[in-house]
Design a protein around this ligand. Structure first.
Ligand SMILES: COc1ccc(C(=O)Nc2ccccc2)cc1NC(=O)CCSc1ncnc(N)c1Br
Length: 274
């Protein structure tokens, strides 16, 4: 409940369990609030590292953004607290962990699994866009899986309010960035439409579409939309047609997220229960 989110928590309110993951600014632990026995994921961030990387403002913006986001496919940030040297984020626990691990384990997903995940993602991103929030960092590492196999978008570390031309320090991989971002131009919510296309490709073929030996080559392939499909029989023409509707250089011509529901490939393959 919301009064829970605002009350002042301390680390003594929680029993700490196994480590769930090692993040860029700190580690995440399974934890349980002692009184309610509510299970959460507790992310521990070191203030010194946040200050050193000059991302405190990003974290504050993220906390502000997340406080207003409520969607079944968006990992909840229930609240936060801090002590002298650390900031703690109280996160929803995604019982089936990182989607990335499932993708690596199975090398690629079948069309039904892929279409179901992509539909959930399209609905969550459209919800964000109605709140003028662009995620900007949609990639398998930022996706988690809930107890019933539902996809959860996490780590809005790079989200901004649209429109924006805020430079995203290209420390991470370029693979998911659209042409307008790699070219440092102004970008809109349509960057997430592009990333959805990249992710669909990666789910079906096991790797991102513009992968190349080095940054420069990836950069060139992205700005040229140098899209090639391995001619593997198990991926349908409808799947490729869907990907081509999203990986479009002109941001205004990318398939709008509300229309993802009506795409023939999605209709034929996504779980109707979604
Ligand atoms: C809403 O989720 C977040 C919101 C914010 C931030 C964050 O660090 N922001 C941030 C940190 C520093 C600077 C600027 C932004 C991170 C997350 N999420 C995560 O870190 C995911 C932790 S891993 C995990 N979580 C739950 N269940 C599991 N099974 C696992 Br594994």
């Amino acid at each position: 409940s919301d009064d829970n989110a605002s009350r002042q928590w301390t680390i003594n309110d929680f029993e700490i369990g196994k480590p769930l993951g090692k993040g860029k600014f700190g580690n995440v632990y399974l934890a349980r609030e002692k009184q309610s026995k509510f299970v959460v994921a507790l992310k521990v961030l070191f203030k010194s590292q946040l200050q050193h990387s000059n991302v405190e403002h990003q974290l504050r913006r993220e906390i502000e953004i997340q406080a207003h986001l409520r969607h079944p496919n968006i990992l909840r940030l229930y609240g936060f607290f801090y002590d002298k040297e650390k900031v703690y984020l109280i996160l929803e626990y995604a019982a089936r962990g990182e989607l990335y691990k499932e993708l690596v384990a199975s090398s690629h997903f079948d069309e039904r699994t892929s279409a179901s995940y992509i539909l959930s993602l399209a609905r969550a991103l459209h919800y964000c866009h109605t709140k003028h929030v662009i995620h900007r960092d949609i990639k398998p590492e930022n996706l988690l899986v809930g107890l019933n196999g539902e996809l959860k978008i996490s780590d809005f570390g790079w989200s901004v309010h649209a429109p924006s031309n805020r430079r995203k320090t290209l420390c991470g991989t370029l693979d998911y960035l659209p042409p307008e971002m790699v070219e440092g131009k102004e970008h809109s919510t349509a960057v997430d439409n592009w990333s959805l296309g990249v992710l669909t490709y990666e789910f079906l073929f096991g790797g991102p579409p513009f992968e190349a030996p080095d940054h420069q080559d990836t950069y060139k392939r992205i700005v040229r939309v140098d899209l090639r499909f391995p001619n593997v029989p198990e991926v349908s023409a409808e799947a490729k047609a869907f990907i081509r509707k999203l990986l479009v250089k002109d941001a205004s011509r990318r398939l709008p997220l509300p229309e993802v529901d009506n795409d023939p490939w999605i209709r034929a393959n996504a779980d109707p229960e979604l």
